[in-house]
Ligand binder design. Structure first.
Ligand code: F6P
Length: 497
C-alpha cells in the first residue's frame, strides 16, 4: 500500500517534470490551486502540481494517518517519543491559557515594566528558540512597539553583548535570562557578564534580572529570584508563545501580544478543522515533501517581501531544520528518503539584487515561498503607499519570471529557462493577529512535513555532540580523543589568553 502511493507519486513527478509551468499556468482549472483562510491567500498556481498529483499527495497524508497524528498532538499525547513528552505549544495560544495564573502573572509583570519609566531598555539573553522567535517578532511588529527599547543577545561572541551594553544604562536596564533548560553555555556566560556589568555600576542583579525557563529550580540555584516558567512540553523552537515572548510583551503590550496569540489560535483551528484539500498547512507541508522527495529539491527558499520580516527566514530555518533535519525515523530506523531540505532566504527586494541571479539562471531549480502583505504596515501617506505597491509588484514579478522564463536562443546569457516553482502567500496587513497566524502556519508546515517524512520533529539530539566537545575542550577533559589539529589550535588559544 505504502509502495503503491509512493510509486504513483514518482510517476506523477516524472510526468510533470516534462510539462513547463508556463503551460500548466494557462489551464482554466488553475484557480483550483488557490486557497484561502480569512484574508490569508495561498497561490500555488506556479507550482508543479496538477489535480492528480495534489490528490495523490492528499492520499499520502491520509494513508500515513496524518489526521490521527494531529489529533494526538492537540490532545496532548506524548508524540515526542524520544523524550516521552507531549507537544503543548498550541495550548499556549488557546483562549483558556489567557485565564491561567501563569499568563496573568507574566502579563502583569510585562505591564509593570512598561509602566516603569525608569526602565528604558530590556535585554533578552537567550539563543536558538530562546532568541530567534522573540527577536523576529519584535522586529516584525516594530510599528506596535511602545515599550522600552528591546535588545536580543544570543551569541557567546563577546561583541554581541558588548555592543548592546554600550547602548544601555545599568540603572535603567532589565535583563531577561531566557533558557528553556537553563544549562545553555552561551546564555549563562552572557548572563554572568551582564551580572558583573550591573555590579560594576552598583546595581543588584536581583532587581535587574529575571529568568524565563522550564526548570525553575535551576534558575533559582543560579541566583535569580524572579522566575517565569513554562512547560517542558513546549519545544524551544516552538516557545515564542510562552514566557519566552516576555520581551515582546514588554515591547508591544499584553493586548497586542494576545492578538498575536489569537491569530496563532485561529490557524490551529483551521489546521484542526479544515478539509485537508483546503487546509493551508497541509498543502504547504505536502509541498515540502513533494519538492524534496519527488522533484529532487535539496533546498527551499523563504523570501519575505517585508523588511521587518527580515529575520523570518532565520526563525523558520531553526524551526524546520532543527525539527526535521534527521536521518532516522521516529523509531530510530534509517530514513528511506531524505527529510528537511536546507531552509534559507532573505527579504525582498534586496535579495533580488543578490542571489536571485542564481534562482533564475543557476543550474539547480530551487522552490521558494514568497511572502507579502498586500497593504503597507503603516499609513504614512500616498508616496509611501506607492513604495509598498512597488514592493508587492516586485514580489509578483519574481514569481512570474521564475515560472514563465524568457527563452533566448541567440544569447545564452540572456536566456531565462523559467519553470521554477514558487508560491505566493499574501495577507492583508501585518498586524499582530496576522503575524501570529503566519508563524503558526509555518510551525504546522514543519510538523506536518516532519510527520510525513517519519521523523520526530520535537527533539534535537544532533546539537549535543558539538556542545559536549566544546565542554571537553574548555575543561581539558579527554583531550586525547581530539585530533592533533584540534589540540594544536587549543594550545595556540591558551597561549594567547
Ligand atoms: O542547541 C540547540 C538548542 O537546544 C535549541 O533547541 C534551543 O532552542 C536552544 O538550544 C536554546 O536552548 P535553551 O532555551 O535551553 O537555552
Amino acid at each position: 500500500m505504502r509502495r503503491d502511493i509512493e510509486n504513483a507519486l514518482k510517476s506523477a513527478a516524472k510526468r510533470l517534470k516534462k510539462v513547463h509551468l508556463a503551460e500548466l499556468m494557462q489551464l482554466p482549472s488553475r484557480t483550483d490551486f488557490m486557497f484561502q483562510f480569512e484574508d490569508l491567500e495561498l497561490d500555488c498556481t506556479r507550482q508543479p502540481l496538477d489535480a492528480e498529483s495534489l490528490s495523490l499527495l492528499l492520499e499520502l497524508a491520509e494513508k500515513r494517518g496524518l489526521a490521527r497524528f494531529m489529533d494526538a498532538m492537540f490532545a496532548g499525547e506524548a508524540i515526542n517519543l524520544s523524550e516521552n513528552r507531549p507537544v503543548v505549544h498550541c495550548d499556549l495560544r488557546a483562549p483558556a491559557h489567557l485565564q491561567s495564573d501563569a499568563f496573568k502573572t507574566l502579563s502583569a509583570f510585562a505591564e509593570k515594566v512598561r509602566g516603569d519609566k525608569n526602565i528604558t531598555a530590556v535585554v533578552n539573553l537567550g539563543i536558538g528558540g530562546s532568541d530567534l522567535g522573540p527577536a523576529m517578532v519584535a522586529r516584525a511588529l516594530a510599528g506596535y512597539h511602545d515599550g522600552a527599547d528591546c535588545h536580543f543577545v544570543g551569541n557567546i561572541c563577546p561583541t554581541d553583548l558588548h555592543d548592546v551594553l554600550v547602548q544601555c544604562e545599568a540603572h535603567k536596564t532589565l535583563f531577561i535570562v531566557t533558557s528553556k533548560t537553563f544549562t545553555t553555555a552561551e546564555t549563562l556566560t552572557n548572563a554572568k557578564l551582564a551580572k558583573a556589568w550591573l555590579a560594576d555600576a552598583g546595581v543588584d542583579s536581583a532587581d535587574a534580572m529575571v529568568a524565563v525557563t522550564a526548570y525553575e529550580s535551576r534558575a533559582r540555584d543560579w541566583g535569580l529570584e524572579q522566575v517565569f516558567s513554562f512547560d517542558e512540553g513546549v519545544g524551544g523552537r516552538y516557545a515564542l508563545w510562552s514566557a519566552v515572548g516576555l520581551a515582546v510583551m514588554v515591547a508591544i503590550g499584553r493586548d497586542r501580544f494576545c492578538e498575536m496569540l489569537a491569530g496563532a489560535h485561529a490557524m490551529d483551528c483551521h489546521v484542526k478543522t479544515a478539509d485537508y484539500a483546503q487546509n493551508l498547512a497541509v498543502i504547504m507541508g505536502l509541498l515540502r515533501v513533494w519538492h524534496r522527495d519527488y522533484l529532487g529539491a535539496t533546498s527551499y527558499g523563504l523570501m519575505p517581501y517585508d523588511q521587518r520580516l527580515a529575520r523570518f527566514p532565520a526563525w523558520a530555518q531553526q524551526l524546520e531544520m532543527e525539527s526535521n533535519g534527521k536521518g532516522v525515523d521516529r523509531n530510530g530506523k534509517p530514513l528511506p528518503h531524505p527529510a528537511a531540505p536546507l531552509i534559507w532566504g532573505a527579504a525582498g527586494t534586496n535579495s533580488q539584487h543578490s542571489f536571485f541571479q542564481w534562482l533564475h539562471q543557476g543550474v539547480e531549480s530551487v522552490p521558494i515561498d514568497i511572502l507579502i502583505a498586500r497593504r503597507p504596515a503603516e499609513d504614512w501617506g500616498a508616496a509611501w503607499q506607492a513604495s509598498h505597491k512597488m514592493l508587492a509588484i516586485n514580489a509578483v514579478a519574481q514569481a512570474e519570471s521564475l515560472a514563465l522564463g524568457a527563452p533566448n536562443t541567440d544569447e545564452p546569457h540572456r536566456h531565462f529557462p523559467g519553470n521554477r516553482a514558487s508560491l505566493l502567500l499574501s495577507w492583508d496587513k501585518t498586524t499582530p493577529y496576522a503575524l501570529g497566524r503566519l508563524l503558526a502556519l509555518y510551525e504546522h508546515i514543519t510538523i506536518i512535513s516532519g510527520f510525513i517524512w517519519g521523523v520526530n520533529s520535537f527533539d534535537q539530539w544532533g546539537v549535543e555532540l558539538g556542545k559536549q566537545m566544546a565542554h571537553n575542550l574548555q575543561s581539558g577533559q579527554g583531550l586525547d580523543a581530539f585530533s592533533p589539529a584540534a589540540r594544536r589550535f587549543l594550545k595556540r588559544l591558551n597561549r594567547r589568553i
